[in-house]
Design a protein around this ligand. Structure first.
Ligand SMILES: *Cc1c(COP(=O)(O)O)cnc(C)c1O
Length: 460
């Protein structure tokens, strides 16, 4: 069935930003200077920037117009009350605590609910989320279904929780040692894979029975809702807003990186139903983020966040087209025979670096090198999601060795056209053709936490 309304961008371009192509010699020099870490490149040396979809969206005229309505009062800005109203309306949570971005919310959540020696479970980990849990004294446990760790396996809801694994954890540690379960919807590290409504309901049922909170990582919640609408029986005719409200109703709180599905460049929030948790979070937010009516955001930023989230929920073509564009790139790579994570996720195409470069052992960082090679080939910037991102086990100091060794080709929202996707696919194909000659890397500098952001490498 061809729905022609979904065959082109649901917007037109009002303003443009020039981007600059570089020479191969310039890029070779730039990547060496960046220690083979694409996070350390200057954006001026990048042609098409697919590093992340975080804070890289193009805002709408409705959002930009809202920026002029910023009420920059220190306390009680009207933009805060509008944001609170929008979040309540779409997600249904009782309380809102604004934060400067997602990890600000994760910090306050972890410090509010975790005691030393606790255990937190999640459907695969996310880098900053797990770090905040560990810094608060908890151990993290992955309870995602096994399929999620296998790149080539097709499954409509690869972000689902394995309920048996959660039950085992409750038996092993006791419910009173598990303050909450963190549910990513969809799961970034698994390849942007969604969780089904059915599975969310089961997680909620089990947790509520045991007095364990369910906390939603809502960074890309609208993309998850889009997948539910496309793939889950009974949701075909429901609006994204109704699906989102229902999904949130099975949880007790959420952390939000507004830099994703609120279509802004900065912002976030923590939302919850529990009054006591709200009181604690409000006490902490003034220490780490800002007053509880701005939490590190300017009034104008809160207005843009509120408008962006509202718009993306109400006009389903915004999220639909976004997911469709990722699919467009993914299908081009599949057609070229390039190994990627299946099914294609909502925010990015993930290259399977273990299958792309099988001659490079994981200890020589194949995904890190593949991202560097794609940059040198074309000026397209991507990033590593494998052994470097996984970091070290805090107990043993040893490298964690994740099953997934991936390069994330992340599509910013509304920023690039399908012509940019065409040349990106071509660039990756060119690297694929010369893959046998690519060598591994060794680390020359490594920060203690979140090493993928700043680590430096050299070819072996
Ligand atoms: C981006 C992200 C975060 C952290 O949010 P920031 O706004 O970058 O601090 C948390 N969880 C997931 C799944 C994310 O993608």
């Amino acid at each position: 069935m061809t729905d022609i309304s979904m065959m082109a961008e649901p917007y037109k371009i009002k303003m443009v930003e020039a981007i600059r192509m570089t020479t191969r010699a310039e890029r070779e020099k730039a990547i060496r200077k960046a220690g083979y870490n694409t996070f350390l490149l200057r954006s001026e040396d990048v042609w098409i920037d697919l590093l992340t979809d975080s804070g890289t969206a193009a805002m709408s005229d409705y959002q930009w117009a809202g920026m002029m309505l910023g009420d920059e009062a220190y306390a009680g800005s009207r933009n805060f009350y509008f944001l609170e109203e929008v979040v309540r309306d779409i997600m249904g949570y009782k309380h809102l605590v604004p934060t400067h971005q997602g990890r600000g919310a994760e910090h306050i959540l972890s410090q509010s609910l975790i005691k030393k020696g606790d255990h937190v479970a999640g459907n695969m980990y996310f880098t900053t989320t797990r770090l905040h849990q560990e810094m608060a004294g908890a151990s993290f446990h992955d309870i995602i279904i096994d399929e999620a760790h296998k790149p080539s396996v097709e499954h409509p809801f690869k972000g689902n929780v394995d309920i048996g694994k959660l039950e085992d954890l409750i038996k092993e540690f006791g419910a009173d040692k598990i303050p909450y379960v963190a549910i990513g919807a969809p799961v970034n590290m698994a390849g942007g894979q969604p969780i089904s409504m059915e599975n969310m309901k089961e997680v909620s049922r089990l947790c509520r029975k045991n007095g364990i909170k369910v906390v939603l990582d809502a960074a890309r919640v609208l993309e998850n809702c889009w997948f539910i609408k496309q793939r889950e029986k009974g949701y075909e005719k429901k609006s994204l807003k109704d699906i989102c409200r229902e999904l949130c109703s099975h949880t007790d709180a959420c952390t939000m990186s507004a830099k994703k599905d609120a279509y802004v460049n900065i912002g976030g929030w923590l939302a919850m139903n529990d009054d006591k948790f709200f009181t604690k979070a409000k006490e902490l937010v003034v220490v780490y983020e800002g007053l509880h009516t701005y939490g590190g955001m300017a009034g104008r930023d809160m207005e843009a966040v509120a408008r962006g989230f509202k718009e993306a929920t109400e006009n389903e073509y915004i999220v639909g087209w976004r997911v469709r564009q990722v699919e467009y790139l993914g299908n081009k790579l599949i057609d070229a025979g390039i190994p990627i994570v299946h099914p294609i996720g909502g925010h990015a195409v993930f290259l399977d670096a273990k299958a792309f470069l099988p001659h490079i052992p994981q200890e020589e960082y194949p995904a890190q090198m593949l991202a560097a090679e794609i940059y040198v080939e074309s000026g397209v910037r991507t990033m590593e999601r494998g052994i470097v991102s996984a970091g070290r086990d805090p107990a043993t100091g040893k490298n964690r060795t994740p099953k997934l060794e991936l390069v994330r080709v992340t599509i910013p929202r509304r920023a690039y056209t399908n012509s940019h996707m065409d040349v990106t696919a071509l660039a990756i194909e060119n690297v694929w053709k010369r893959r046998d000659a690519i060598k591994g890397l060794k680390i020359t500098y490594e920060p203690e936490a979140l090493r993928f952001f700043q680590a430096r490498f050299e070819p072996v």
